[in-house]
Design a binder for this molecule. Sequence first.
Ligand code: NAD
Length: 453
Amino acid sequence: MATHTVINPATEQAVTDVPVSTVEQTDAAIERAARAQVSWRAIAPGDRARLLRRFAETVDQHADELAALETAEAGHPVGAAQWEAGQVRDVLMYYSAAPERLSGRQIPVPGGLDVTFKEPVGVVGLIVPWNFPMPILSWGLAPALAAGCTVVAKPAELTPLTALRIAELALAAGIPDGVFQVVPGKGSVVGQRLVDHPAVRKIAFTGSSEVGRQVMAGCAEHVKRLTLELGGKSANIVFADADLDRAAATAPSAVFDNAGQDCCARSRILVEATALDKFMALLEPAVQAILVGDPSRADTEMGPLISAAQREHVASYVPDGAPVAIRGSAPGGPGFWYPPTVLAPVPTDSPAYTEEIFGPVVTVTPFSDEADAIAMANDTPYGLSGSIWTSNVGRAIRVARGVETGNLSVNSHSSVRYWTPFGGFKQSGLGRELGPDAVDAFTDVKNVFIATD
Ligand code: NAD
């Protein structure tokens, strides 16, 4: 049996070997999921809700273990990894309320009674990237199970361990066999098969825009339902009238959290020209204060990149002679380390300004006025997130309405909140996850007319 060795990115040591699944094994999992879906959807809503709550509680009881696995396979600082395990628990708990509230409508029509039902789409293929293996898994898994779907998940090759453990915890919590399965393996084999198999009725994909486009084309073949959460190149817009101390103190974590491997990273800081010098002077100590190092230490703020290849990719945006304005620290020795790096001034047609780097590299660029700030923020094929710093409420609202992006925060850098919808404009994605309506994305509406005449 072929295996893949999971590597700890902070030490470059092997963690464990994980099977690399074949097309036949993927097909077997899909067939089990299709069989299990018939009985899962038939479980009474209150009982399905209870099972999801028990699943959430079981995850909570194993939160430290899950966090340690995430630290080992993805290099996330343990504090962040514990938050991630808590996110899985909370998302399961939030959507455990959904089965008992999955109401349709009664629509007034002549000659009878008209009602709608939200029917589960069936088997869902959940394709997950390596940057936030646990939370992203839960964002698809919890609403899908709540809707009455069964799930076959494919974790990223580099980070399969937490997903595999969460599937064991699901069984331990009483979620029936076949309702949630994890099939580790290659994207081109397992992921592609989920896209191509006719019994998989929906794909929830999170990953790069490049693979997302292929997945979308594959889904078209079967008119398969699809949610895409793709890349980003988000702007952090700082006006001169903002609380510059806070804006500068928080700008590093808005882009360097998870070593910048975050689709929501505010990787272009746009600063009103009149405040640029002051902002840069405040930014420098904030960047240099970031604690980069051993992710198993509680005080570590930034860990390594996921792999040697990712480090090479990130470094390619900072060639010799690049305009490095500020540079933080990083450990030497083993591990895929890269220091927090601020580039300025950068031409607006350079790859560091236009492309998603997915690493701890940020550009700082001045703008002249409100219209210029909106135009610069929108000058990208992406539209996932962003921040606006100003003390002028009217301006905050005007700019928030003007920026073409799915998730904005004003005078803060909110990360993803499971209570609210999350997703991208333009090439950052299709559809929304999380929030009160996420379960709808795993259902199809059925309209039934009953004649009374
Ligand atoms: P990736 O696109 O390389 O891989 C994502 C997943 O797709 C992996 O599980 C991979 O094995 C699988 N895959 C690869 N080829 C496939 C194929 N042909 N068919 C089906 N599945 C296939 O992305 P990555 O490098 O793991 O993650 C980084 C990217 O994810 C970044 O671009 C980032 O912005 C994006 N991302 C987006 C969000 C969001 O919510 N918008 C969140 C996290 C990450």
